[in-house]
Design a binder for this molecule. Structure first.
Ligand code: ARG
Length: 258
Protein backbone atom coordinates (compact mmCIF):
# COMPACT_ATOMS: atom_id res chain seq x y z
CA UNK A 1 0.00 0.00 0.00
CA UNK A 2 2.68 2.44 1.03
CA UNK A 3 4.65 1.49 -2.05
CA UNK A 4 1.82 2.66 -4.24
CA UNK A 5 1.01 5.77 -2.26
CA UNK A 6 4.46 7.14 -1.65
CA UNK A 7 5.11 8.33 -5.19
CA UNK A 8 1.85 10.27 -5.12
CA UNK A 9 2.84 11.88 -1.85
CA UNK A 10 6.14 12.87 -3.35
CA UNK A 11 4.45 14.39 -6.38
CA UNK A 12 2.08 16.38 -4.20
CA UNK A 13 4.93 17.52 -1.93
CA UNK A 14 6.93 18.64 -4.95
CA UNK A 15 3.96 20.51 -6.39
CA UNK A 16 3.43 22.32 -3.10
CA UNK A 17 7.08 23.33 -2.98
CA UNK A 18 7.01 24.60 -6.56
CA UNK A 19 3.82 26.59 -6.07
CA UNK A 20 5.09 28.12 -2.85
CA UNK A 21 8.48 29.06 -4.33
CA UNK A 22 8.86 32.84 -4.26
CA UNK A 23 10.89 32.88 -7.47
CA UNK A 24 9.04 33.88 -10.60
CA UNK A 25 10.86 33.58 -13.92
CA UNK A 26 12.50 36.83 -14.98
CA UNK A 27 10.80 38.66 -17.82
CA UNK A 28 12.36 37.50 -21.04
CA UNK A 29 13.96 39.88 -23.50
CA UNK A 30 11.07 39.09 -25.88
CA UNK A 31 8.47 40.03 -23.29
CA UNK A 32 10.32 43.28 -22.55
CA UNK A 33 10.59 44.10 -26.27
CA UNK A 34 6.92 43.34 -26.82
CA UNK A 35 5.92 45.71 -24.01
CA UNK A 36 8.33 48.38 -25.31
CA UNK A 37 9.32 49.26 -21.74
CA UNK A 38 12.06 48.01 -19.45
CA UNK A 39 11.40 48.22 -15.70
CA UNK A 40 14.51 49.51 -13.91
CA UNK A 41 14.91 49.83 -10.16
CA UNK A 42 17.31 52.02 -8.23
CA UNK A 43 17.57 53.47 -4.75
CA UNK A 44 17.22 57.19 -5.41
CA UNK A 45 19.25 58.18 -2.32
CA UNK A 46 22.82 58.00 -3.60
CA UNK A 47 23.84 61.29 -5.16
CA UNK A 48 25.26 61.91 -7.67
CA UNK A 49 24.50 58.44 -9.06
CA UNK A 50 20.77 58.04 -8.38
CA UNK A 51 18.82 60.56 -6.32
CA UNK A 52 15.86 62.92 -6.30
CA UNK A 53 15.93 66.58 -7.18
CA UNK A 54 12.55 67.49 -5.76
CA UNK A 55 10.28 64.81 -7.18
CA UNK A 56 12.52 64.10 -10.19
CA UNK A 57 14.71 61.00 -10.19
CA UNK A 58 18.08 61.97 -11.62
CA UNK A 59 21.80 61.21 -11.51
CA UNK A 60 24.62 59.70 -13.52
CA UNK A 61 23.18 56.18 -13.43
CA UNK A 62 19.71 57.40 -14.38
CA UNK A 63 21.20 59.11 -17.44
CA UNK A 64 23.32 56.05 -18.33
CA UNK A 65 20.40 53.63 -17.99
CA UNK A 66 18.10 55.94 -19.96
CA UNK A 67 20.72 56.06 -22.75
CA UNK A 68 21.19 52.26 -22.67
CA UNK A 69 17.42 51.72 -22.88
CA UNK A 70 17.13 54.23 -25.72
CA UNK A 71 19.82 52.28 -27.64
CA UNK A 72 17.74 49.15 -27.08
CA UNK A 73 14.69 50.99 -28.40
CA UNK A 74 12.93 50.83 -25.04
CA UNK A 75 11.24 53.26 -22.70
CA UNK A 76 12.06 53.08 -18.99
CA UNK A 77 9.63 52.57 -16.15
CA UNK A 78 11.68 53.66 -13.11
CA UNK A 79 11.06 52.19 -9.65
CA UNK A 80 12.76 53.35 -6.46
CA UNK A 81 13.08 51.27 -3.32
CA UNK A 82 15.43 50.74 -0.36
CA UNK A 83 18.92 49.53 -1.32
CA UNK A 84 18.44 46.23 0.52
CA UNK A 85 15.47 45.14 -1.59
CA UNK A 86 16.92 45.91 -5.02
CA UNK A 87 18.75 42.71 -5.99
CA UNK A 88 16.18 40.38 -4.38
CA UNK A 89 13.46 42.05 -6.47
CA UNK A 90 15.16 40.89 -9.67
CA UNK A 91 14.59 37.22 -8.94
CA UNK A 92 11.04 37.96 -7.78
CA UNK A 93 10.40 39.51 -11.20
CA UNK A 94 9.49 42.87 -9.70
CA UNK A 95 11.76 44.65 -12.21
CA UNK A 96 13.99 43.71 -15.14
CA UNK A 97 17.18 45.50 -14.20
CA UNK A 98 18.80 47.20 -11.22
CA UNK A 99 21.27 50.05 -11.43
CA UNK A 100 22.32 51.39 -8.02
CA UNK A 101 26.11 51.47 -7.85
CA UNK A 102 26.48 47.81 -6.92
CA UNK A 103 30.07 46.65 -6.83
CA UNK A 104 30.58 43.31 -8.55
CA UNK A 105 31.25 40.73 -5.82
CA UNK A 106 31.37 36.92 -5.89
CA UNK A 107 28.66 36.83 -3.24
CA UNK A 108 26.23 38.95 -5.27
CA UNK A 109 27.14 37.13 -8.49
CA UNK A 110 25.74 33.95 -6.94
CA UNK A 111 22.30 35.59 -6.77
CA UNK A 112 22.14 37.86 -9.84
CA UNK A 113 23.81 38.29 -13.23
CA UNK A 114 25.91 41.43 -13.59
CA UNK A 115 26.19 43.51 -16.75
CA UNK A 116 29.55 44.91 -17.83
CA UNK A 117 30.70 47.66 -15.44
CA UNK A 118 29.45 51.17 -16.17
CA UNK A 119 32.06 52.80 -13.92
CA UNK A 120 35.00 52.06 -11.65
CA UNK A 121 35.38 53.55 -8.21
CA UNK A 122 36.01 52.53 -4.64
CA UNK A 123 35.27 53.12 -1.00
CA UNK A 124 36.98 56.07 0.68
CA UNK A 125 37.35 57.11 4.29
CA UNK A 126 35.68 60.43 5.12
CA UNK A 127 36.34 62.21 8.41
CA UNK A 128 36.08 65.64 9.97
CA UNK A 129 39.12 67.61 8.94
CA UNK A 130 40.44 64.59 7.03
CA UNK A 131 42.45 63.26 9.98
CA UNK A 132 41.63 59.62 9.12
CA UNK A 133 43.19 58.60 5.84
CA UNK A 134 44.16 54.92 5.84
CA UNK A 135 42.76 51.62 7.13
CA UNK A 136 45.31 51.77 9.96
CA UNK A 137 43.88 55.14 11.06
CA UNK A 138 40.53 53.44 11.72
CA UNK A 139 41.91 51.45 14.65
CA UNK A 140 39.94 52.29 17.79
CA UNK A 141 37.44 54.36 15.79
CA UNK A 142 33.70 54.21 15.18
CA UNK A 143 32.78 53.99 11.50
CA UNK A 144 29.43 54.61 9.79
CA UNK A 145 28.39 52.76 6.61
CA UNK A 146 25.23 51.98 4.69
CA UNK A 147 23.72 48.52 5.40
CA UNK A 148 24.22 45.86 2.73
CA UNK A 149 27.08 47.62 1.00
CA UNK A 150 30.62 46.69 0.07
CA UNK A 151 31.65 49.53 2.42
CA UNK A 152 30.33 47.44 5.31
CA UNK A 153 32.05 44.26 4.03
CA UNK A 154 35.38 46.04 3.71
CA UNK A 155 35.27 47.97 6.98
CA UNK A 156 34.58 44.66 8.74
CA UNK A 157 37.91 43.39 7.39
CA UNK A 158 39.87 46.26 8.96
CA UNK A 159 41.58 45.15 12.15
CA UNK A 160 41.04 47.10 15.34
CA UNK A 161 37.95 49.12 14.36
CA UNK A 162 36.09 49.88 17.59
CA UNK A 163 32.56 49.78 16.17
CA UNK A 164 30.83 49.72 12.79
CA UNK A 165 27.48 51.51 12.81
CA UNK A 166 25.12 50.65 9.95
CA UNK A 167 22.43 52.87 8.48
CA UNK A 168 19.69 52.08 5.94
CA UNK A 169 20.81 55.00 3.77
CA UNK A 170 24.24 56.35 2.93
CA UNK A 171 22.97 59.86 3.70
CA UNK A 172 22.21 58.73 7.28
CA UNK A 173 25.78 57.43 7.63
CA UNK A 174 27.00 60.83 6.46
CA UNK A 175 24.66 62.51 8.96
CA UNK A 176 26.16 60.45 11.77
CA UNK A 177 29.60 61.79 10.91
CA UNK A 178 28.39 65.38 10.55
CA UNK A 179 26.77 65.28 13.99
CA UNK A 180 29.81 63.67 15.57
CA UNK A 181 28.20 60.33 16.44
CA UNK A 182 30.97 58.47 14.57
CA UNK A 183 34.62 59.19 13.71
CA UNK A 184 34.49 58.17 10.06
CA UNK A 185 32.13 57.42 7.18
CA UNK A 186 33.10 55.02 4.41
CA UNK A 187 31.36 55.68 1.11
CA UNK A 188 31.95 55.88 -2.62
CA UNK A 189 34.70 58.20 -3.75
CA UNK A 190 32.35 60.31 -5.90
CA UNK A 191 29.45 60.23 -3.43
CA UNK A 192 31.85 61.47 -0.74
CA UNK A 193 33.14 64.21 -2.99
CA UNK A 194 29.62 65.36 -3.88
CA UNK A 195 28.61 65.42 -0.20
CA UNK A 196 31.61 67.58 0.67
CA UNK A 197 30.91 69.98 -2.16
CA UNK A 198 27.24 70.22 -1.19
CA UNK A 199 28.16 71.12 2.39
CA UNK A 200 31.59 72.79 2.60
CA UNK A 201 30.80 74.10 6.10
CA UNK A 202 30.58 70.52 7.39
CA UNK A 203 34.38 70.29 7.37
CA UNK A 204 34.43 66.75 5.99
CA UNK A 205 37.44 65.57 3.99
CA UNK A 206 38.16 62.34 2.14
CA UNK A 207 41.21 60.23 2.84
CA UNK A 208 42.43 57.33 0.76
CA UNK A 209 40.73 54.38 -0.89
CA UNK A 210 39.91 51.51 1.43
CA UNK A 211 39.30 49.31 -1.63
CA UNK A 212 38.43 49.68 -5.31
CA UNK A 213 35.53 48.10 -7.17
CA UNK A 214 33.88 47.72 -10.55
CA UNK A 215 30.27 48.93 -10.54
CA UNK A 216 27.62 47.28 -12.69
CA UNK A 217 23.90 46.95 -13.32
CA UNK A 218 22.32 43.56 -12.71
CA UNK A 219 19.52 41.39 -14.06
CA UNK A 220 17.88 38.22 -12.71
CA UNK A 221 20.28 35.31 -12.37
CA UNK A 222 20.86 33.70 -15.76
CA UNK A 223 18.85 36.21 -17.85
CA UNK A 224 21.59 36.04 -20.48
CA UNK A 225 19.60 37.32 -23.48
CA UNK A 226 18.74 40.50 -21.57
CA UNK A 227 22.21 41.11 -20.16
CA UNK A 228 23.75 40.54 -23.61
CA UNK A 229 21.57 43.30 -25.08
CA UNK A 230 22.33 45.64 -22.15
CA UNK A 231 26.08 45.03 -22.61
CA UNK A 232 25.80 45.74 -26.35
CA UNK A 233 23.90 48.97 -25.75
CA UNK A 234 26.37 50.05 -23.03
CA UNK A 235 29.31 49.37 -25.38
CA UNK A 236 27.54 51.38 -28.08
CA UNK A 237 27.01 54.47 -25.89
CA UNK A 238 30.61 54.16 -24.70
CA UNK A 239 31.76 54.11 -28.34
CA UNK A 240 29.56 56.89 -29.74
CA UNK A 241 30.37 59.62 -27.20
CA UNK A 242 27.05 59.49 -25.31
CA UNK A 243 28.62 57.98 -22.19
CA UNK A 244 31.54 60.44 -22.22
CA UNK A 245 29.10 63.34 -22.38
CA UNK A 246 27.02 62.03 -19.46
CA UNK A 247 30.16 61.39 -17.39
CA UNK A 248 31.53 64.88 -18.12
CA UNK A 249 28.21 66.40 -17.10
CA UNK A 250 28.24 64.74 -13.68
CA UNK A 251 31.96 64.43 -12.85
CA UNK A 252 33.89 66.63 -15.29
CA UNK A 253 35.82 63.44 -16.12
CA UNK A 254 35.24 60.07 -17.72
CA UNK A 255 34.74 57.50 -14.97
CA UNK A 256 34.50 54.33 -17.09
CA UNK A 257 36.76 51.43 -16.06
CA UNK A 258 40.11 51.78 -17.77
N1 ARG B 1 29.23 50.47 -4.09
C1 ARG B 1 28.66 50.03 -2.87
C2 ARG B 1 28.20 48.60 -2.98
O1 ARG B 1 28.39 48.02 -3.97
C3 ARG B 1 27.52 50.89 -2.39
C4 ARG B 1 26.39 51.09 -3.29
C5 ARG B 1 25.37 51.95 -2.64
N2 ARG B 1 24.36 52.27 -3.59
C6 ARG B 1 23.26 52.95 -3.26
N3 ARG B 1 22.39 53.14 -4.20
N4 ARG B 1 23.10 53.40 -2.08
O2 ARG B 1 27.62 48.05 -2.10
Amino acid sequence: MTLLRRPLHLVIALAVVLLAAPLAPARTLDAIRKSGTIVIATEGQFAPFNYFEGSKLTGFEVDVADAVAAKMGLKVDWKTIGFDALLAGLNQDRWDMVIASHGITDERAKAVTFADPHYCSGGVIVSKGGTLKTAADLAGKTVAVQTGTTYLDNVKKVAGVKEVKTFPQDTDARGALLTGRVDAWVTDRFAGKAALEANPAGGLKTGGFLFVERIAAAVAKGNTPLVTEIDKALAAIMADGTYAKISEKWFKEDIRCK
